[in-house]
Design a protein around this ligand. Structure first.
Ligand code: DX5
Ligand code: ZN
Length: 212
């Protein structure tokens, strides 16, 4: 199971220590939550947030919880994002958004909110690198996992197998090790972990999940 820590709930003064701890424990992916106060009510720094930490050798996934993600592509490319994940619900033209991200040489992920039917992204599954299933309403860390994600994971895993595709299935929101173990059995490849890793030991969490 791949662990992608979210930095959303880490206090600024603790951030560099925590990033070093992630590296020491062989964590390779970092999940950067970006919010615009429009697509979600919460607001964050944008590409400057990534710029302030991109000297680490992580694979950076920018989870853009923003309306009109196309407006952000250039700044995130310049800030050395490796993957841009945008929300299906936030764009008028999904195909154009995928193509623009690819043109920049970046990997592309599509995210869906808890109430969005997973089938709406079916036409795009052969074109993308990752699906990000939201298991909480996007906007805040520290919420509880919504079981509605379970069937979406199963559906995407089955679809991937039947169509010989290789997108990653990532799940975001309310994840702890017990849930990660449960959803890995459903076909989840990668979990985002925010508040759990703020409150708990990174080494122990990694060692529990590296085997699955
Ligand atoms: C929520 C964000 C998540 C969040 C996860 O909108 O997309 O990435 O930081 O945090 P936890 O693990 O606390 O739910
Ligand atoms: Zn996220």
């Amino acid at each position: 199971m791949i662990i992608a820590p979210s930095i959303l709930s880490i206090k600024k003064e603790d951030l560099r220590n925590k990033l070093n701890e992630f590296l020491t424990n062989n964590i390779k992916y970092l999940h950067i939550d970006i919010m615009d106060g429009i697509f979600v009510t919460n607001n964050t720094e944008k590409a400057e947030l990534l710029e302030s930490i991109n000297d680490y050798p992580f694979y950076y996934e920018a989870h853009l919880m923003v309306k009109d993600p196309l407006n952000y592509l250039e700044s995130f490319k310049n800030a050395k994002a490796n993957m841009i994940t945008f929300h299906y619900e936030a764009v008028d033209n999904v195909l154009e958004t995928i193509n623009e991200i690819k043109k920049m040489g970046l990997d592309v992920g599509i995210s869906i909110k808890p109430k969005t039917d997973v089938k709406v992204i079916e036409p795009y599954l052969s074109l993308i690198d990752l699906v990000l299933i939201m298991s909480v309403e996007p906007g805040y860390g520290g919420q509880s996992y919504l079981d509605s994600a379970d069937d979406k994971i199963k559906y995407l895993a089955e679809y991937k197998k039947n169509h010989h595709l290789n997108y990653l299935i990532e799940v975001d929101g309310g994840i702890n090790p017990e849930l990660a173990i449960k959803i890995s059995k459903l076909g989840c490849d990668m979990v985002v972990m925010g508040s759990y890793l703020v409150k708990n030991d990174v080494k122990e969490t990694v060692s529990r999940l590296e085997k699955i």
